[in-house]
Structure formats: C-alpha cells, structure tokens
Design a protein around this ligand. Structure first.
Ligand code: 13P
Length: 258
C-alpha cells in the first residue's frame, strides 16, 4: 500500500513543532524555510505542525518534495471519541505521523500497547509511522536503557507486517535529552541503535528489512551538533524539536545531513 522501497535509508530530517504555531504562523515559518529546504538535495525533509495547521501547510508544500506529518492519531477509524483524529483524516494531508513521543507517554497515558494500535492504524491508512522510543533519566542512570528501549520497540511493533522498510521510521529520543540542551553523544546514540534497536527490529522483521528501516536521533539537535550524528553509521537523520521552529536552524540541520 505504501510506496515501494527506493533508497530505503535516505537521510530524513523531521521537524516536530509540538504545541507551537497557528495555521497563519505555520505558513509564515514554511515560507521562511522553503527556499533553504528546497536547495538541499539527497535528504528527505518532513514538517510536523499541529493538526490545525496541516491543511494550510499542505497547500504551501504542494509541488515541493517536502513531506508533511502529524504528531498523533487515534487508532479507531470513527466513533464517539470526542477530540480525536483518525488515520484516514490525516491521510488526506499527510504522508507521515509521529507516534508514541515521550511527551505523550509521560503526559497523556500512552503505553506500548496504544503505540502498537496507532502504528497499525497508520500503516493500514498509507501513513508512514515515526515511532519514538527512549529511556528516562532515571532509567538511564539505573542502567536500564537497553532493556526499556528493546521493550518499547518490540511491544510497539508486535504483530505488525511491514510491506517495506520505508513504512516505518524509529526515532531514538532519550527523554533526558529533549529540550534540555543536554544531547546524547553521537557515539552513545549510535551504539544504542546498533546494539539494541536494530537487532530488535531484526528479530521482528528479519535482517534485511531491519537494515532498511531509518532510525533517527532526537534530543537537543542543533545546527552546531547535527553533523556529528549524521556521521554515525546507524543514525539516518534527526527528529528536531526546538530548532525546527527557527528557519535558519532547521535548514542548517538539513544541510548537515546532505
Ligand atoms: P528538542 O530538539 O527541542 O530537544 O526536542 C526533541 C524532540 O522531542 C523532537 O520530537
């Protein structure tokens, strides 16, 4: 259903705008970053504004190669679920959806089980899932990062059939690195992906598909540190929060990935 695998690990730079920007402000930001983003080749770019800005931004991105994503969805297709948004509603505008961000796990009760429902809903509606995983500071200090992350990957993706490796993107975002300015080291993130995330993906989908799935790093990525991550063999791009709200910074990060 989803587009066939082409160059499966093309770098992906995604901006998660979180709870920022009205539709008008979103289009202002898009117009500021568009020329810079379009000048960068060989990198896939993805913008994830709030739901209310999706339609406006989708109009602004028409005719460009820049992808659009949402930040959440509900797994049901319809029903008495006040305030929720379905995969089919998103698929009118979006190619991607972020699922299981640590803020949703921490503040909105999301679990590996709800993440699993959401990934299934996304894939079955032709949306590519960007599934977020990552350990908290306490889990990190207690030496539990590997265990927590392998469980998040396994349980979030249980009993899912991937048509191809580009259906799924995994974002490794250590919770202690998000919005703190305290980024994980590039080497540390690379090791975690190599030793934990990719082997867990291989256990679920087989080695060949696992090798084709893009794994991003997220957490205090800035133009000044981005290149270090992209030099790592296992890091296929970034999920960017704060710096994705500044046109020059987001363009700079995409340039570092080129
Ligand atoms: P920051 O880049 O602001 O640390 O946020 C990362 C993030 O949560 C992206 O999803």
């Amino acid at each position: 259903m989803i587009k066939p695998v082409t160059n499966s690990r093309t770098p992906l730079i995604a901006g998660n705008w979180k709870l920022h920007k009205t539709a008008v402000e979103a289009n202002q930001l898009v117009s500021e970053m568009l020329p810079g983003l379009q000048a960068v080749t060989g990198v896939e770019k993805l913008l994830c504004p709030p739901f209310t800005a999706l339609q406006a931004v989708s109009e602004s991105l028409k005719g460009t190669e820049i992808a659009l994503g949402a930040q959440n969805l509900h797994w049901e297709t319809s029903g008495a679920l006040t305030g929720e948004i379905s995969a089919a509603m998103l698929a009118e505008f979006c190619q991607y959806v972020i699922i299981g961000h640590s803020e949703r796990r921490a503040y909105f009760g999301e679990t590996d089980e709800t993440v699993n429902h959401k990934v299934r809903a996304a894939l079955s509606h032709n949306l590519r899932a960007v599934m977020c995983v990552g350990e908290t500071l306490k889990e990190n200090e207690d030496g539990q990062a590997a265990e927590v992350i392998s469980r998040q990957v396994r349980d979030g993706l249980t009993e899912i059939n991937l048509a191809g490796s580009t259906d799924l993107v995994v974002a490794y975002e250590p919770v202690w690195a998000i919005g703190t300015g305290r980024a994980a080291t590039a080497e540390g993130a690379n090791l975690l992906i190599r030793n934990v995330i990719r082997p867990t993906l291989a256990g679920l989908f087989g080695e060949e598909i696992a090798q084709g799935i893009r794994v991003l790093y997220g957490g205090s990525v800035k133009p000044g540190n981005a290149a270090e991550y992209f030099q790592q063999s296992e890091i296929d791009g970034a999920l960017v929060g704060g710096a994705s709200l500044k046109a020059d910074d987001f363009v700079g990060i995409t340039q570092a990935a080129a």
